[in-house]
Design a protein around this ligand. Structure first.
Ligand code: TXA
Ligand code: MG
Length: 322
């Protein structure tokens, strides 16, 4: 049985010691649970790929307790400083040029000269990162391609014994992963919509962010393999923009006009509440035995972009899933 501890000072000390010794710790962030390892230790990072059964060419996000710690490892430009002062700590990840002396394992960046960095807002995550005194590489704590975890139970069910320790901090308040921006070129490119809405980023920068050219060719080149089309896949099939469920379907509703009895992302039609519920509701419906999950239409604004992005991936053909 995997060890699950409620978070207190002793649990944080133990978790930091496990990380420093090259172990794997799953911990809550405000977005989703992360599967953490010491980002300077290649053997430890390799264990993440092994536990997730993730293709090793997929780079990982590095987590820091403060922005100063992040800037020791990557080179920030004025855009990065501006974004960090507005959105860190928080659900924004920035891809920046790695410093030559970054000390990060090449496995973290999958050999790229860049690294994805984030300062999470969850105070327990910050406490763990501060105690461990190492940058922590952490993808979402689930098997590669499966639904992301927003509770400690999701982590235990998906990864089990592959993790040394799970810190249980209750459900994650944001519920979708961080927004990823690529700042390595002249344009600021949105690699993944997420917890910080695109509109807020554009407002901060004073210029629109560039949507990623996620062509099939680029995905093959695996510049950002998180752009793989089929991802976040439940076992059941997923049908999008369904006004009503079919006879053999379970329904994931949104808004006040939903059919009675349906699991609702937000009865109030609140996108923030919907994001927080998204993965837990998908997990719940996926165990309901129905072959298909029908999903109500979700508005394509604010956090709705991140929700629709995850739902489209959940619904994508599975041939290339991993
Ligand atoms: O909210 C989150 O971001 C969560 C929590 C745990 O922090 N983490 C997370 O990590 O979602 P993960 O590994 O599931 O997603 C990382 C994404 C991948 O799509 C990867 O391709 C992209 O970040 N990425 C990482 N490093 C990159 C780099 N150097 N260049 C381009 N994309 C990168
Ligand atoms: Mg993930």
């Amino acid at each position: 049985m995997v060890k699950i501890l409620p978070i207190n000072d002793d649990a944080l000390d133990e978790a930091a010691a496990v990380l420093r010794a090259g172990g794997l710790v799953a911990f809550p962030t405000e977005t989703v649970y992360g599967l953490g390892a010491d980002a300077t230790d290649s053997t430890a990072v390799a264990r993440i790929f092994e536990a997730k059964k993730r293709p090793s060419f997929n780079p990982l996000i590095c987590h820091f307790p403060t922005l100063h710690k992040a800037w020791e490892r990557v080179a920030a430009d004025p855009r990065a400083h501006r974004l960090a002062s507005e959105f860190w700590p928080g659900a924004l990840t920035m891809v920046l040029p790695m410093r030559p002396d970054s000390g990060l394992s090449p496995l973290v960046s999958a050999g790229l000269p860049t690294a994805a960095v984030r300062v999470p807002a969850d105070p327990r995550a910050q406490a763990l990162l501060a105690r461990c005194m190492r940058p922590v590489a952490a993808p979402s704590a689930n098997r590669s391609g499966a639904i992301s975890p927003t509770t400690a139970r999701h982590v235990a069910d998906s990864l089990g014994d592959a993790v040394d320790l799970i810190l249980d901090g209750g459900p994650c308040p944001v519920g979708v992963e961080s927004t990823i921006l690529d700042l390595t070129g002249a344009e600021t490119v949105l690699l993944r919509p997420g917890g910080v809405p695109e509109e807020d980023l554009s407002a901060c920068l004073g210029t629109p962010v560039t949507p990623t050219a996620a062509t099939a060719k680029e995905r093959e080149a695996l510049k950002s393999p998180g752009l793989m089309r089929s991802h976040y896949a439940p076992n059941a099939a997923v049908r999008l923009n369904a006004a009503f469920p079919g006879d053999d379907e379970v329904y994931l509703a949104f808004g006040p006009d939903a059919p009675a009895g349906a699991l609702n992302l937000s009865e109030r039609g609140d996108l923030r509440e919907a994001a927080a519920n998204l993965f837990a509701h998908l997990h719940a419906l996926d165990t309901a035995d129905a072959a298909t999950i029908a999903v109500a239409p979700i508005p394509e604004t604010g956090l709705g972009r991140a929700i629709n992005d995850r739902l489209r991936r959940a619904a994508a053909p599975r041939e290339n899933a991993h």
